[in-house]
Write a protein that binds this ligand. Sequence first.
Ligand code: IPM
Ligand code: MG
Length: 356
Amino acid sequence: MAATIAVLPGDGIGPEVTHAAVAVLQTVRPDVTCVEHEIGGAALRRGLPALPDDARATCERSDAILFGSVGLPEYDSKPLAERPEYALFLLRRDYELYANIRPVRVFPGLEDASSLKPELVRGLDLVVVRELTGGIYYGKPKEQRTEDGVESAVDTMIYHAPEIERIVRTGFELARGRRKHLTSVDKQNILETSRLWRRVTERIAPEYPDVKLEHLLVDNAAMQLVRRPGDFDVIVTENMFGDILSDEAAILTGSIGTLPSASLGTRGMPGRQFGLYEPIGGTAPDIAGKGIANPTAAILSAALLLRYSLADDENAARIERAVERAYADGVLTADVARDNTPVSTQTFTDAVTARL
Ligand code: IPM
Ligand code: MG
């Protein structure tokens, strides 16, 4: 079946790693049409909005979006609508991509790259399920004010029960297909939204009697993640907690450059869902353009795209195995190379392509 992918590389290392992912994707699926657009800072620099109309139009007629990364220090002082991140903010909101799935795995042989003791991270395999279209990212009011000469700012954390229900179900479903352990993370000792979150989660739990449900407060969860990461299977949590915990979980693997993510919504059907696929890590402006960035997260994001949006589990697994083999053969970029000689983005990509 012919498919069209909107390719939005964005800023920093975004273009390098996204082009690597496209190369791998087109090797296994030469029939897929990739249409690329500048977004984020790359668009802002040309006087365009962060998500230009032509990019949006391509997304509109695509089966999925392969996204790089957005954000550049030069825009830090601008309001959200004039920052590169706004592109991502709009795509998530407009396509209601509420379920952000972030699988965290340690490649065999890479345990030494982690800042934790190797025995704590060996075989680590967990998934963070982050609510992506609600909570404090999107709640209104959200603004800066000056009253009687005093500056203030407000963000609003709001959740509606149906938003919690659907993401908690995503968590339960995923856990059901794995080790059947779901950890719901909240801050119910302080936040009203968390009290609702926990109540709704408890209400849904009886539908999944085969899954063991555990609740953790977010501060404790942050601690347990570095103390006993191997005990986690699926973590489900609200937008901002998920943002923070997924970076923490990602670095357990030794490099944030290895972890992909899928953001799924309400469009399409299982296996053929419209989704946005992106590396968890950021734009890494310090190494951008040097050709040394680790493209693993982008390549594995393309694999998730095949699995969830193009119903092509076979090629998804092919890509995942090829990446694993490259690691097993010691083909390592600078972020994870340690005592080995680091390879470039291009060399790593070629190594993956050769192992497909
Ligand atoms: C992420 C990123 C984004 C977020 C930024 C770039 C807006 O950190 O996808 O985790 O906060 O969601
Ligand atoms: Mg983040």
